[in-house]
Design a protein around this ligand. Structure first.
Ligand SMILES: *[C@@H]1O[C@H](CO)[C@@H](O)[C@H](O)[C@H]1NC(C)=O
Ligand SMILES: *[C@@H]1O[C@H](CO)[C@@H](O)[C@H](O)[C@H]1NC(C)=O
Ligand SMILES: *[C@@H]1O[C@H](CO)[C@@H](O)[C@H](O)[C@H]1NC(C)=O
Ligand SMILES: *[C@@H]1O[C@H](CO)[C@@H](O)[C@H](O)[C@H]1NC(C)=O
Ligand SMILES: *[C@@H]1O[C@H](CO)[C@@H](O)[C@H](O)[C@H]1NC(C)=O
Length: 474
């Protein structure tokens, strides 16, 4: 079923009742005038009040008591916190991150801009700082830093935005009518198997990370088999992978399981101390795409007090290119029937995914989804949970776990070098320069070039350290 052919001008049952009242009043009024009696001051008063009633009824009709108006009203009170948006990726592809050349209020080539975020009642957006899996083992860390720089600039140079790093800041930003930006890393390849790198990302404001994108990392498995940089070894979450989860728990960074394999998700749910999220995944029972979440995992997620933020991409909704809003609502209804409404959110995936259902084409369309759920008898209370309260609870619980763990030291665990096998990783240790296998002579130019590499690397590290210091001081 579609939207049952109802446009925005169709009338809700309340509005239909009002039309009947108005017709009734009109009839009485006509009757009174048809008597052609001399209108006494008293009856004139009567007519006046009838007219006022009439105007009031008409007014409330025009104001709209339609379901879409109810959706807007509810979203005014409980504006959306959305789990996933790839605007930053599009800004890199389309504009090479040159913010000065565009106006974020109004961007025609993408599905996200400030005007439409406001129209869609999006009060907080998790912005992905995603870099392609092709950068794994190469410059993923640099590219991620550049995307963080972009989101930080977006969210500080525009007064409508505010960069937030805690649940409290998120709530405050709502009071100030700002759109809160939460930075989230998409894909563990961004940390290049390094816990210190994870910690530095936290310092730059990152508050969530999905453990994989479409590539396995050396320590966690992806739901996709698109890349095989690291083959699956049937160790869904390695010893180092568990350390990544531990460190995220300790820092207060939300673990995101969208894109991971079910095994990895299950292993994380076994291991984590804090609630986790699927920032943009839908229900596997409704559409059997490997990016979606099966019911048995939903049960584990509920036990974890975590959250599934439903993805709107047509391929994940209907398992094909064409989809309609009611099919999106089917995912909500199904998940609700399995684990209730306290573990559901919304993660649109606009500007990341390519095809969206009819009527849900950009970030301004969220009210249409809420309208559909209202028509399916979701209560205001349940919808308020889905729109924002569930996410705020998870964020707060993640912070509470961080507070519990505050006496723990940063982990110094390093991934075993045989698990990363990357010629780009420089191993700096005594003796200096790198030890050469016995029996092999080293030419003076080789030593010179190695020395140069080490000096260059030390120099780069110093520059990065300096930049971090500036960040912390500023
Ligand atoms: C956005 O820009 C387009 C053309 O660039 C213009 O037609 C449209 O009116 C603008 N919308 C807003 C809300 O400024
Ligand atoms: C992982 O398990 C699958 C089936 O369970 C098997 O086909 C595959 O060969 C295994 N891979 C490795 C690297 O052991
Ligand atoms: C998670 O724990 C359950 C038992 O609590 C176990 O059966 C299952 O194999 C574990 N899953 C993973 C992937 O470690
Ligand atoms: C998904 O479902 C369709 C039909 O409902 C079926 O043809 C297909 O084989 C299923 N795919 C998987 C991976 O189960
Ligand atoms: C919603 O509730 C009304 C009245 O309680 C009922 O008639 C209707 O069938 C319900 N609709 C759905 C989609 O459950």
């Amino acid at each position: 079923m579609g939207r049952r052919g109802r446009g925005n001008f169709a009338l809700s049952p309340t509005a239909q009742r009002r039309v009947i009242y108005i017709l009734f009043f009109l009839k009485i009024e006509r009757k009174m005038f048809s008597k052609k009696s001399v209108i006494s001051p008293l009856s004139s008063l009567w007519v006046q009040s009838l007219r006022i009633l009439l105007v009031l009824s008409l007014y409330s009709l025009i104001e709209g008591n339609t379901e879409i108006e109810r959706a807007h009203d509810l979203m005014n009170t409980y504006p959306l916190i959305d789990g996933h948006n790839d605007l930053a990726l599009q800004l890199r592809i389309l504009h090479r991150n040159r913010l000065s050349q565009i106006d974020l209020h109004n961007l025609s080539k993408v599905a996200t801009d400030i005007s439409r975020l406001q129209a869609g009642h999006v009060q907080a957006q998790m912005f992905a700082v995603y870099v392609m899996c092709g950068a794994q083992q190469k410059d993923a860390v640099r590219l991620t830093l550049e995307q963080i720089d972009l989101v930080r600039r977006m969210c500080t140079e525009y007064k409508e935005f505010e960069l937030v790093t805690s649940a409290q800041e998120l709530k405050n930003s709502a009071k100030e009518q700002k759109i809160a930006c939460v930075i989230s890393i998409e894909g563990g390849h961004s940390i290049d198997s390094s816990l210190p790198t994870l910690r530095m990302f936290y310092l730059l404001g990152v508050r969530s990370m999905s453990l994989t994108h479409t590539c396995n990392t050396p320590w966690a498995e992806s739901s996709s088999k698109l890349y095989n940089v690291f083959q699956r070894r049937n160790t869904s979450l390695t010893h180092f992978g568990k350390a990544v989860v531990d460190e995220m728990n300790r820092l207060g960074m939300i673990v995101d399981l969208s894109h991971t394999s079910w095994d990895t998700a299950s292993a994380v749910l076994n291991h984590t101390k804090a609630p986790v999220i699927f920032s943009h995944s839908s229900s596997y029972s409704v559409c059997n795409h490997s990016r979606n979440v099966p019911d048995w995992l939903l049960h584990k997620l509920k036990k974890n007090r975590g959250l599934i933020m439903v993805n709107l991409h047509s391929q994940f909704i209907a398992c094909k290119h064409e989809a309609i809003i009611s099919q999106v609502a089917d995912h909500f209804d199904h998940i609700k029937s399995v684990i209730g409404t306290e573990s559901i959110g919304i993660g649109g995936d606009f500007d990341g995914a390519s095809i969206f259902p009819e009527g849900l084409k950009d970030v301004s369309n969220y009210p249409a989804l809420i309208e559909e759920l209202m028509e399916r008898n979701w209560t205001d209370n349940q919808l308020a949970d889905v729109l924002r309260r569930n996410f705020l609870r998870v964020f707060e619980e993640v912070e509470a776990v961080r507070d519990l763990l505050r006496s723990n030291y940063p982990s110094e665990l390093q991934i075993p070098s045989e698990e990363v096998q990357n010629p780009c990783r420089l191993d700096l240790r005594y003796p200096y320069p790198r030890q050469v296998p016995r029996g092999q002579s080293v030419s003076p130019t080789e030593i010179k070039s190695q020395g140069f590499l080490i000096r260059a690397s030390v120099f780069c590290n110093l520059v990065i350290l300096l930049i971090n210091c500036v960040f912390i001081l500023v």
